[in-house]
Ligand binder design. Sequence first.
Ligand code: ASP
Length: 355
Amino acid sequence: MAQRVTRRAFLSTSATAGAGAALGCSALGSPAAQASESLPPSPAPGRPVSIASGNGLRATARAVELLQSGEDTLDAVIAGVTIVEDDPEDMTVGYGGLPNEEGVVELDACVMHGPSCNAGAVAALQKIRNPSRVAQLVMSRTDHVLLAGEGALRFAVAHGFEPQDLLTDKARRAWLRWKETHSAADDWLSEEEARAALDARPTGTINCLAVDAKGDLSGVTTTSGLAYKIPGRVGDSPIIGAGLYVDNDVGAAGATGRGEAVIISSGSRIVCENMRRGMPPAEAVLDVLERIARQTVEPRLRDEKGRPAFDVTLYALRKDGAYASGSIWSGKSFAVHGAAGGRLEACLHLFEREA
Ligand code: ASP
């Protein structure tokens, strides 16, 4: 069983919002028994507000700009992440994302619209740089929630999306380097490898959540997924309840990091349910991270102290504008944009990364 964690030793790093945090870690009792007074207060509510993964400063700024001009929350967050999907320098999302093991970029994304309680997603989508927009069309122009692979591509083309090669030269060179050196670092596990320690590989994603002045919520998660994955591998990002969940009565949540752990824990859904039951966003996020740590029992996924040998970051935005983000490991930050402007804040964490 993974080592239990404590929520003490919170260090505030954000004077403006009272958020941004580190949590010291040592062996302890159950999450339910944790003293919630030791958690940071959720940042002062204010709307509209948008939060995102650490690569989402421009996305949240755009989302809030649109919310201030009265745009729908889902259109606002999608417009925000489109900037990152289009950016070849972000090698974790959209155009320029790192490819699968065969050198082909395959994208996952989902969207969820609070007011209509509706969602859409695409998985393993090739050749279309804006999977979040295709996910929005799956939501609004089909009777389904999730389209995958070739069918998702044909659907996108039918809606006028231009197929293109998404592999930039920079991503191709990174893939080629991996290809030439990877042998023991792919996802096909021999019996021996299944027993060996996890070899971490590049990951990255953007999750962006927003609440408008009325309290309506939406969210989007979009990614090129785990670098050099087995073709057809689908992570948490297009899975409603895993990489994203929005409940217009309560709040919104999203995830980045090891998708397999987020799928197994139904991470975003549980964060929302925690908030529904009255947990503040910080506690709601840490509770799920602790569950993930406890559920990580396979030896190859644990470090020498029994802690997860991977990271997951969760984001939570409550209907009143309060928010939080937390990771299994220290060192992560997330983007926040409100009426007073944007900034990066430190994520809460379960475990201090040793230097
Ligand atoms: N969650 C993404 C996936 O597993 C990757 C990431 O966020 O780093 O596909």
